[in-house]
Design a protein around this ligand. Structure first.
Ligand SMILES: N[C@@H](CCC(=O)N[C@@H](CS)C(=O)NCC(=O)O)C(=O)O
Length: 116
């Protein structure tokens, strides 16, 4: 069957209801935490990736907040770079690890676990 432009759009719109969109209501903002500093390109990249997936997150700035930095170090087994990202109790790591998990499907799996 030949698809007219409006039919193609309809198909694409339905397909865009992907796993991330379906999970969004179940994954609360409190579930995803990202420790950041003000000047941090990797933090911006990580937040943009989460936003692109429709995922809300809670940002905790660690610059000028020693207690928050200590909490980040404790939760991430001493990782000092930002961002450090958590999905529930799952420590994702930094931006590179978030992007890798997004790419290979682990991010989607963690979100399913989190919302179960
Ligand atoms: N590979 C890491 C790199 C993170 C990184 O280098 N972050 C910078 C800020 S954008 C940082 O924490 N620099 C301080 C340091 O290396 O101690 C990631 O993907 O998150």
């Amino acid at each position: 069957m030949r698809l007219l432009p409006h039919m193609k759009f309809g198909i694409r719109a339905r397909f865009s209801l992907d796993i991330f969109a379906l999970q969004e209501p179940a994954v609360s903002q409190q579930s995803i935490i990202i420790y950041t500093t003000a000047v941090c390109p990797y933090c911006v990249a990580a937040k943009n990736l989460l936003k692109a997936r429709g995922l809300a997150y809670t940002e905790i700035r660690v610059d000028n907040d020693p207690a928050a930095r200590d909490a980040m170090l404790a939760r991430s087994a001493g990782r000092r770079t930002v961002p450090q990202i958590f999905i529930g109790a799952q420590h994702v790591g930094g931006f590179d690890e978030l992007a890798a998990a997004d790419h290979d499907g682990r991010l989607a799996a963690w979100l399913v676990e989190q919302s179960a």
